[in-house]
Design a protein around this ligand. Structure first.
Ligand SMILES: *Cc1c(COP(=O)(O)O)cnc(C)c1O
Length: 457
């Protein structure tokens, strides 16, 4: 008998979770204005809201926490963190921040001006927010294949070189840098190939533009390069990540993802002028240059997490769990962005709730229904998240409308995945009885999905 793939850890500490009744959940979600961000976490059974800061740290990371150096300036933990970042990314200059969006805020304060345009593959919501808040524009040049959830493509996160080239030919003078998000979260946790990174580099060089990698899930991206791009099959994850970053000028990082810490982030770059330009903003917004919004112990755990999660076995354990959930949903006929991504399954809501018009937010409706069904919290990555067009103030219905089931790293077992799949099957089976969606009663101008209030129609 073929011995199955085995997860690369065992469990040393547990945290009890509690299920609830449907009646309780009906009350709770109403009180939360049908926005799952407004739920109390104790009202959730299996929490797939996000994979951000929700991972389980290893025993080595907890040991590093105890040994953290809390000196204000020049802490040993800062140098351990900086050395780990430089060793894994090749970037010489490192600025710590408290999380990914803070890295964006600090770096974009230096790089982005009103009237600028920032092309790339799909920009993450806070990235887009930090661009648009500076009255600049985020231009999505993702390949069209990403828009068809049922199409199989190994690198659905790729930048379309023709779209990028066309954009630069028209507007190069307004472009401060090109941004590539790996993996492409908004398109479904889909990877970007090394060949695509190289193609973007060639175009960037022709227009003399720097490339910034939004690297929240760079290690998961490297796993896909190793397993799907033939010439990388025999390379280690660490060799692949070094090559990925060699094609860029710098990165912003949410360490809450692929560094498996509960808080943390950074900017890393080979450009001295970026470092010097961003440095003052780091001190202004985050903290002194050797802690930038993190405690010494956070930086110590981050350094260990980066090292551990750029090892193949750790990544394989995680990404195979996401694929496991995908396979269950295949059995039940639930449509999602194919193939399964690195950190999450993105369920194609309009393909399920065919009676709910886009104006009534199908993915948000599906998010609510899954919570009601079994206390599982997913997250809408769709029309609510897309915000309104800053100029016309119209809802942006042009993209996908997905329910994201983000899987925290090293937290849930495949038994939990079975529960999630069964609950989603039940909602799918009664989809015809869900005729209406939700209406917005209160919303913020930017990044509304975190605080939006809704009513059920
Ligand atoms: C999470 C995330 C960010 C923002 O990072 P935070 O740590 O949540 O502030 C930026 N880009 C991508 C791709 C992300 O997934």
């Amino acid at each position: 008998m073929k011995i199955p793939f085995a997860e690369s850890f065992k469990i040393k500490m547990v945290e009890p979770i509690r299920s609830s009744t449907r009646k309780e959940r009906e009350e709770w979600i109403k009180e939360a204005h049908y926005n799952v961000f407004l739920l109390n976490a104790d009202q959730v059974f299996i929490d797939l809201l996000t994979d951000s800061g929700t991972g389980a740290m290893s025993d080595r990371q907890w040991a590093a926490i105890m040994a953290g150096d809390e000196s204000y300036a020049g802490a040993r933990s800062f140098y351990d963190f900086k050395d780990a970042v430089t060793r894994i990314t090749g970037f010489e200059y490192v600025l710590p921040t408290h999380q990914g969006r803070a890295a964006e805020n600090v770096l974009f304060s230096y790089l982005v001006k009103a009237g600028d345009m920032v092309p790339g593959n799909s920009h993450f919501d806070t990235t887009k927010g930090h661009i648009e808040a500076r009255r600049a524009e985020a231009i999505d040049c993702t390949i069209d294949e990403a828009k068809d959830t049922q199409l199989e493509h190994p690198f659905k996160g790729n930048v379309d070189p023709a779209k990028l080239e066309d954009m630069l030919a028209k507007h190069a003078d307004r472009v401060p840098f090109i941004i590539i998000t790996v993996t492409n979260n908004t398109a479904g946790g889909q990877p970007v190939s090394m060949a695509n990174l190289r193609a973007v580099r060639r175009i960037a060089d022709r227009y003399r533009k720097p490339i910034l990698i939004d690297g929240a899930r760079f290690a998961e991206n490297a796993y896909f390069i190793k397993t799907r791009e033939e010439e990388y099959a025999d390379r280690t994850i660490k060799e692949i990540t070094l090559e990925m970053f060699s094609l860029a000028d710098g990165m912003t990082m949410s360490a809450k993802k692929d560094a498996i810490v509960n808080i943390g982030g950074f900017i890393a770059t080979r450009n001295r002028d970026w470092y010097e330009g961003a440095r003052t903003f780091c001190i202004q917004f985050e903290g002194y240059l050797t802690y930038g919004g993190m405690a010494g112990r956070d930086m110590a755990a981050l350094a260990v997490g980066l090292d551990e999660n750029t090892e193949f076995d750790n990544l394989a354990t995680r990404i195979k769990q996401v694929a496991y959930l995908g396979k269950k949903l295949d059995e039940y006929g639930v449509p999602y962005q194919r193939p399964a991504g690195g950190h999450a399954i993105f369920v194609d809501a309009p393909k399920i709730l065919t009676h709910v018009p886009k104006e009534e937010f199908p993915a948000q409706t599906l998010t609510i229904e899954l919570y009601l069904e079994a206390g599982i919290r997913g997250c809408e990555i769709g029309y609510l998240l897309a915000d309104r067009d800053p100029l016309t103030r119209e809802n942006r219905f042009g993209g996908l409308d997905l329910l994201r089931l983000a899987i925290p790293r090293r937290v849930y077992t495949n038994n939990h995945m079975d529960v999630v799949a069964a609950a989603l099957k039940n909602v799918h089976d009664r989809r015809e009885q869900i005729p209406r969606g939700v209406r917005i009663t209160k919303e913020a101008e930017l990044m509304r999905h975190f605080t939006v209030e809704l009513e059920r129609l």
